[in-house]
Design a binder for this molecule. Structure first.
Ligand code: NDP
Ligand code: AKG
Length: 496
């Protein structure tokens, strides 16, 4: 079956599913928007048109419909579930990308998201092709048991079509999914493939007990923090938007207090010493110009199911309105197209850090650039998640936790060094100093350091192209990615 799919590259299997994503009035679809960015960037390369066309298009898309038995109001009936998985590029394998649960899921959306995954992985040197999947459901309307049956059934559909496996295609969390869903997928895969010793590597973003990695949950938010931190470190950037260098005391608004949004808010507060003044959710937003207590806000959301009426904050009933409130940095961390032709002119932020995929439409991006905003683009800014997913996959293939073989050895040898230094200089370190110097790196330390180094190195590569060509960060990131993907094809040539 896989060989069939591969020979039918560039075709799609969806005659059944809804094709188009939510179309804003007068704006192209999500997939067309990614195509427009790609075409704009491609003009800065001297790559042949045929190769560019191949890199741009989505290789294969699987569209399935399957039945689930549901009981509603005491009556049992079949409910038909629609789901998709797109593999945009096989220039590196496995393909990689999240699975989202949302009522807006459609073929156009998963293709757009899968292509962003290809460019994202290339941008930060993560050796995967791009993939993305989605189940068209409102996860809030199903019980945990029903969600489990839907997830496991979709996994079986993927298995039957050879669309999943540690060497083929490796899903991860996205909007509406998390470690729980990844655990169900892994358990279903390993039940059908008990002889696959690398079975745990079939998904990333799993819970730690299921073979997940410490630091994955935080990774996208932390990566977003590193990305914006690097951008605001540069004096020329800060000057161009009339702000001081750095993140300290900058007013931040976050849309979506989910996995990406919460951790981004946490790190901007904690590490950046910024002030989170506004946060939105799908059913409302809250604003406080003196700063919100992010940890208390998350607890409030978990207890009340809403952010509204959070003590000391002003309610903003329409979540979209939060984007036009006063702030320096806006972090869109919910769904795509939030910043568009209508909302972009009202935005007061000078810096946009794209935690979500595709939060700015092509027109929204044009308007913000015209206003002089700095946009740290999705394909770089939210790449922390897939970077740490790569580390998790490596952990699963090597069957050992990072740091397990080295931590104690490092501690012993550094203790000897500290003792020698104390004897030589006749002075003692304090217990705290000693602990800091001696402690060996554990899994989370190594993950965070690998993530920071990835985000810093990629920023330098993007910055160099930006300066040479005098273009936006988005264009520079696309050019960087397109050139890397092209090289992986031209290095080996075409076969057969
Ligand atoms: N998870 C990851 O590692 C990565 C995710 N991304 C992207 O980040 C974005 C968010 O993903 P993730 O954080 O994982 O998803 P989550 O499901 O964890 O969080 C999304 C949050 O957005 C809220 N929300 C929904 N609609 C709106 C709205 N109209 N306005 C404001 N908030 C809204 C949701 O509310 P509620 O909880 O009530 O549903 C939820 O809290 C997506 O675009 C995803 O593709 C990108 C890279 C990696
Ligand atoms: O962690 C991954 O594999 C992918 C995360 C993701 O879906 C994304 O970056 O959009």
């Amino acid at each position: 079956m896989l060989s069939n799919l591969i020979t039918l590259k560039k075709s799609t299997f969806s005659s059944l599913g809804r094709y188009f994503s939510i179309k804003l009035p007068d704006e192209p679809s999500f997939l067309e928007q990614v195509g427009l960015y790609f075409d704009q960037a491609a003009k800065y390369t001297d790559l042949p048109q045929g190769l560019l066309k191949y890199i741009k298009g989505c290789n294969v898309v699987l569209s399935v419909k399957f039945p689930i038995e549901l009981t509603r109001n005491g009556k049992s009936d079949l409910h038909v579930v629609e789901a998709f998985r797109a593999q945009h590029s096989h220039h590196k394998l496995p393909t990689k990308g999240g699975i989202r649960y949302s009522e807006d899921v459609c073929q156009n959306e998963v293709e757009a998201l899968a292509s962003l995954m290809t460019f994202k992985c290339a941008c930060v040197d993560v050796p995967f092709g791009g993939g993305k999947g989605g189940i068209k459901i409102n996860h809030r309307k199903f019980t945990e048991e029903e969600l489990q049956r839907i997830t496991r059934r979709f996994t079986v559909e993927l298995l039957q079509k050879k669309f999943i496996g540690p060497a083929i295609d490796v899903p991860a969390p996205d909007y509406g999914t998390g470690p729980r869903e990844m655990g169900w997928i892994m358990n279903t895969y390993t039940a059908y493939n008990p002889d696959d010793i690398n079975g745990h590597g079939v998904v990333t973003g799993k819970g730690i007990r299921q073979g997940g990695i410490r630091g994955r949950a935080q990774a996208t938010g932390l990566g977003l923090y590193f990305a914006v931190r690097e951008t605001m470190k540069l004096e020329k950037n800060a000057k161009s938007i009339g702000l001081s260098v750095g993140l300290k005391d900058k007013k931040v608004i976050v849309t979506g207090l989910g996995n990406v949004g919460y951790w981004a808010a946490h790190f901007f507060n904690d590490l950046g010493k910024s002030k989170v003044v506004g946060v939105s959710e799908w059913n409302g937003a809250v604003y406080n110009p003196d700063g919100l207590d992010v940890e208390a806000l998350l607890k409030y959301k978990q207890e009340h199911g809403t952010l509204l009426n959070f003590p000391g904050a002003q309610n903003i009933p329409n979540p979209e309105d939060i984007m036009s409130m006063d702030c320096d940095i806006l972090l869109p961390c919910a769904l795509e197209a939030q910043i568009n032709k209508t909302t972009a002119p009202k935005i007061k932020a000078k810096v946009i850090g794209e935690g979500a995929n595709g939060p700015c439409t092509f027109e929204g991006d044009r308007i913000l650039n015209e206003k002089g905003c700095i946009i740290v683009p999705d394909l770089y800014a939210n790449a922390g998640g897939v970077t740490v997913s790569y580390f998790e996959w490596l952990k699963n293939l090597s069957h050992v936790r990072f740091g397990r073989m080295t931590k104690k050895y490092e501690e012993n040898s550094k203790s000897i060094l500290v003792d020698k230094l104390e004897t030589k200089f006749g002075k003692k370190f304090t217990d705290r100093e000693k602990k800091l110097i001696v402690q060996g790196a554990g899994e989370e330390d190594l993950v965070n350091s690998g993530l920071e180094s990835t985000m810093v190195d990629s920023f330098k590569q993007i910055e160099e192209i930006k300066n040479t060509q005098k273009i936006s960060y988005r264009m520079a990131a696309y050019i960087l990615s397109i050139k890397k993907i092209a090289l992986s094809y031209t290095d080996v040539g075409l076969w057969p």
